[in-house]
Design a protein around this ligand. Structure first.
Ligand code: CP3
Length: 347
């Protein structure tokens, strides 16, 4: 099978496929017993990500169990700040912890020269995964978008609204602009290298896009994404880029119109009918089943999946979740959803 015949790639080109292709954010991870067993071997999460044999196995686990239409390489968005020299750690129960970069002076410590060498294990894992995947399964590479990377790097940890980062962006515009530029350039390098190693699609995760009001959204989300998409297109015109401006609501329309992305991943901040009427005429939509419903209520979840397909399935559409699979999700619910999606035909 030609790479371009894979059902996910056909849908991302705008073709309405007989069934909607599907994959799930965080389809690899702690809800799978085989992932928890593998992860025990290497308590340090980044070390796990940088060990190609482990990353490949974690990437393939959900494909072997459920047969999604795409594998997403097992890595993390924070490998970019890590590769630039920000010390990144993951602590059980705390999520990521980074040495905060919040001034011109702390910016001097970041260095993009070693980026590609530092991330070489990610590229090795992509090449090995590509060779091992079933011929019909697409391979997705990904990066965090500059605003979301800046959120974690300035704050140094997770936050519910990153208010402190918005304050820094206002109080030190020159510093913050340099940080966004640094991350934009790093994302371009990392995305292109992932494609060269075998990724057929790139997804940009802007997990914290939704905390920004219109003006900042244009400056820190739309503008850098536009630059990144143009650079990827210039080198690899056939590789689709999916943007995920989480919680962006109606701002998603400007995001799509101004960035040149092929597809947009949506969540509950975007009503289904609004997405059908406003987004589907201009782009391919991906989404947007509530990950809590997937974890907690199998019957209601299948009803909701049907509803999503009945509203968005008339056009090219990629089925996914609103956000990543939660650790307490029973694998059996994911199994039921995959079986439903494989047999569903929209007439
Ligand atoms: O299956 C996949 O989706 C591929 C792998 C993947 C991971 N992280 C693995 C991971 C992907 C695509 C990501 C993206 C990511 N990482 C995002 C964007 C998507 C989102 O969730 O909004 C963000 C913000 C991060 C940063 C990050 N990494 C956080 C906040 C955490 C801690 C929270 C948590 O769930 O523990 C991580 C750790 C992480 N990344 C885990 C996994 C499987 C859990 C680590 C473990 O196994 O203990």
């Amino acid at each position: 099978m030609n790479s371009s015949d894979k059902i996910l790639l056909r849908a991302l080109r705008g073709e309405r496929t007989a069934r909607a292709p599907f994959w799930f954010m965080r389809q690899a991870g702690r809800y799978l017993p085989e992932y928890r067993a593998l992860r025990k071997q290497t308590p340090n999460f980044l070390e796990f990500c940088y060990t190609p044999s482990l990353a490949v196995e974690a990437t393939l686990q959900p494909i072997e169990r459920f047969g999604m239409d795409a594998a997403i390489i097992f890595s993390d968005i924070l490998v970019i700040p890590d590769a630039l020299g920000v010390a990144v750690r993951f602590e059980e129960g705390h999520g990521p912890l980074l040495t905060p970069v919040d001034s011109e002076k702390s910016l001097e410590k970041l260095d993009s020269k070693k980026l590609s060498a530092h991330l070489a294990p990610v590229y090795a894992a992509l090449a090995k995964t590509k060779a091992a995947l079933p011929k019909e399964t697409a391979l997705i590479g990904f990066c965090g978008a500059p605003w979301t990377l800046a959120c974690y790097t300035v704050q140094g940890k997770s936050s519910k609204d990153f208010a402190q980062v918005k304050d820094v962006a206002k109080a030190q515009p020159k510093f913050f602009g340099r940080l966004i530029t640094l991350f934009s350039d790093a994302v371009i390098i990392h995305a292109k290298a992932q494609i060269e190693a075998g990724a057929e699609i790139i997804q940009l995760f802007d997990s914290w896009a939704g905390v920004l009001a219109e003006e900042e959204f244009a400056k820190f989300v739309i503008a850098p994404t536009k630059k990144i998409v143009a650079a990827i297109k210039a080198a690899h015109p056939d590789v689709p880029v999916i943007g995920f401006p989480r919680q962006a609501g109606v701002k998603t329309l400007a995001y799509v119109a101004q960035t040149g992305l092929q597809a947009v991943s949506i969540d509950g901040s975007v009503p289904l009918e609004w997405a059908r009427d406003n987004l589907q005429p201009v782009t391919v939509v991906q989404g947007c089943l509530d990950q809590l419903l997937l974890a907690d209520d199998k019957a209601k979840m299948l009803e909701e999946a049907k509803k999503i397909l009945s509203v968005l399935g008339d056009k090219a559409f990629v089925f996914n979740l609103a956000h990543g699979i939660l650790p307490h999700t029973p694998p059996e619910h994911v199994q039921a959803l995959c079986e439903f999606l494989k047999q569903y035909r929209h007439d």
